[in-house]
Ligand binder design. Sequence first.
Ligand code: GAL
Length: 425
Amino acid sequence: MRGGLSRTVAVLSAAGLLAVSACGNSDDGGSGDSAASKDVTVFTWWADGGEKAGLDGLVSTFGTECKDFKFVNSAVAGGAGANAKQVLANDLSSGNPPSTFQAHAGAELGDYIKAGQVDDVSGLYKEFGLDKAFPQSLIDNLTVDGKIYSIPANVHRANVVWANPAVLKKANIDGTTAPATVDAWIADMDKLKAAGVKAPLAISKGFAQEMLVEAVLLAELGADKFTGLWKNETDWAGADVTAALDKYKKLLSYTNSDREAIDWPDALGYVNKGQAGYTLMGDWVAAQQLADKVPDSAYTYWPAPGTAGNFQYLADSFTQPTGGKNPDGAKCWLKVVGSAEGQKAFNTKKGSIPARSDAQPSDYPKYQQAAMADWAKDKIVPSCAHGAACSLGQNNDILSAISQFSGSQDVAKLQSALGAAMKTS
Ligand code: GAL
């Protein structure tokens, strides 16, 4: 799978289809040495829509706070880093790291730490006063052997369903309340089908399907057993996992037939256009709706059925790569990422909530205000698809099993492949 993906990425990059053009604060063209020494290459997958709007927020604060440097956008398009992660791996292994790159707090960051690809930035925590600004639990997720390897920009929620109330109304379903269980959700999908909605649940390829698997496992197993799956403390071969995967299979039967060909904004588009009732996706959707000017009244959201009271989290953070270009410029970027102004400029546009504890909810759109309240009171569980619970290798194996299942529909095979993936490092 890795070979196939890297080949695709290589072809697309050669055709200039993946890389987003550089844009900066100065017009020196970036050719001479002095121009190059100002360049801060920032690697993300936030290339379009609400994600790009969030990045633009950080870039604008960087423009004010880091006047000696020039932002160079090294974004590679594709939801959840589907293309970016492979490009980054190639750049890091060939000794060509950017000035800074996006990585998820948790196991995924651990991969870069183990590979010796990121530097300890704990000194910056002291220098910028960040040791007091972030919750200790998040700092713990970024720390290995007493060293801290990145600065968190946000906290996103994964277990959210986004619904179109006008579509649900066709089947007399009240869009304001979540079905209490996965079974109740399935019953609503049957009503929608009977009302003429062919594919009630819009879904896209790869990580979106992984997120749906996770949401069903969380609903059916509960928070503690769910979290145990990623630590191999819950038995992947258990009958409760089989029953949950059977429900996942049933849910897939309500989805669009082009699911292997589209990315998450397209699935959201099906909901917004009234072709589907629901999509399950992280709360970067809130940013996309904002960027697309979809009015609040046109959509509703709730925790995935059966998962209310659980906040499945992931956090984006930025690193200082070992041997990265322009470490002083990277330091200024990291200062912006951790600052109150930077986090506000980013998160008000990104659908996420600030990682800092000192933000004012009233500065944020309605969605984030609700998310902040849930973050404070809910049980926190990690996301595998977005690196909090799983390493990059485990996640690749899981993605491959899930994409095979999309065709084979073989639950036993999926279940054993998921268990096997979590036995690797
Ligand atoms: C996640 C990332 C989010 C968002 C999402 C969809 O992995 O943490 O910030 O970008 O992918 O692309």
